[in-house]
Design a protein around this ligand. Structure first.
Ligand code: ZN
Length: 335
């Protein structure tokens, strides 16, 4: 058994906790840029689990979930190590933005893993985090949500083509252990998604190292939601029980978890104001052809109607009221 774990060069003895800042980059005026790192080094040996939050800087329920988990789980309870980085992308967090507006290319941190030591600011920071935290993890729980514009409620497997069967199975097991009736998205990244950079997601960096990654999408709209933090905290604790890192009742329940293998964002043909119709809420099951929302133009006249493209379950809803043609409105998982 090891007596200590090392995270970003800081040694934490088994049975201890630590909170510190790790330097990942510097600004144009020389100000150091750091990420907050929280470690719970279990008294007993076990896997290293990375809890990753705010890869997108407008997503706040993940950080709140990580804070709560690492407050509640003590080294005496734990077999293995929890490493929490509640704010993975300080640049986009500064700007309350999805991407890093300071980079020339306005990079989205969840499209550029594993980073690049010779690249732009975000790529350099990603490389440091990858080397010190991601590469040293056995399992990754990556907390996301809808961000400012959307609300979300589902968990997603990595979906990277060529992922080893054992890794996929481990991801599915974690999704099942998360439970609580939350839908599971098991979509493979296709060529269209790859061109939008999805092979640079953290789940892809995990798949490249045979590390299972579960993406947890709960909450959004720029708000902290106690219910969503509760949901994600409960789900994560159940996953840790499933990994045999915590004691607890077996993480099973009989609430149905729909598995979605295909889906689509409904996109308006016209710009204007989006009106979500009553009942079109997260988790609602909708029959093909059902009206879900409408677009009103600058005069208040209805110019487009959004209908369910197939029998589906709603995975995301939009919370910014105006849309351009082609914007995302509802994310529908095919049933
Ligand atoms: Zn995100």
């Amino acid at each position: 058994m090891t007596t200590a774990v090392t995270v970003f060069g800081t040694s934490v003895a088994r049975g201890d906790t630590a909170k510190f800042r790790a330097a990942v980059a510097e600004m144009n005026d020389g100000t150091p840029v750091t990420v907050p790192v929280m470690v719970v080094a279990g008294r007993r040996d076990g896997p290293v689990v990375l809890l990753s939050g705010a890869i997108h800087g407008d997503e706040y329920n993940g950080p709140a979930t990580i804070h709560r988990l690492l407050r509640e789980i003590t080294p005496d309870m734990l077999r293995g190590t929890l490493v929490g980085i509640p704010i993975m992308s300080p640049f986009s967090f500064f700007c309350r933005s999805r991407s890093n507006d300071l980079d020339y290319e306005h990079l989205n941190l969840n499209r550029i893993w594993p980073g690049d030591p010779d690249g732009f600011l975000s790529q350099r920071a990603a490389h440091v985090i990858h080397e010190h935290a991601i590469r040293r993890s056995d399992v990754i729980l990556d907390f996301h949500e809808g961000g400012i514009a959307f609300m979300a409620r589902y968990v997603a497997l990595g979906g990277v083509p060529g992922t080893k069967t054992a890794v996929r199975e481990a991801e599915l097991r974690m999704a099942r252990h998360f439970g609580q009736g939350v839908p599971i998205v098991d979509k493979t990244i296709d060529e269209k998604a790859a061109r939008l950079g999805r092979l640079g997601m953290l789940s892809a960096a995990g798949a490249a190292m045979d590390v299972p990654v579960l993406t947890i999408e709960t909450g959004g709209a720029g708000t902290l939601w106690p219910d969503f933090v509760e949901l994600a905290t409960t789900g994560a604790r159940r996953i840790l029980v499933g990994l045999d890192m915590l004691d607890g009742p077996p993480p099973v329940d009989d609430r149905e978890q729909v598995i979605v293998r295909d889906g689509r964002w409904i996109r308006p043909q016209r710009g204007g104001f989006l009106r979500n119709l009553p009942g079109m809420d997260l988790g609602a099951k909708v029959k093909a052809g059902t009206p879900m929302g409408r677009i009103e133009d600058a005069f208040g006249d209805t110019v487009d109607e959004l209908r369910a493209p197939f029998d589906c379950i709603i995975l995301d809803t939009r919370h910014i009221a105006t849309v351009y043609p082609g914007d995302w409105t509802f994310s529908c998982g095919r049933l």
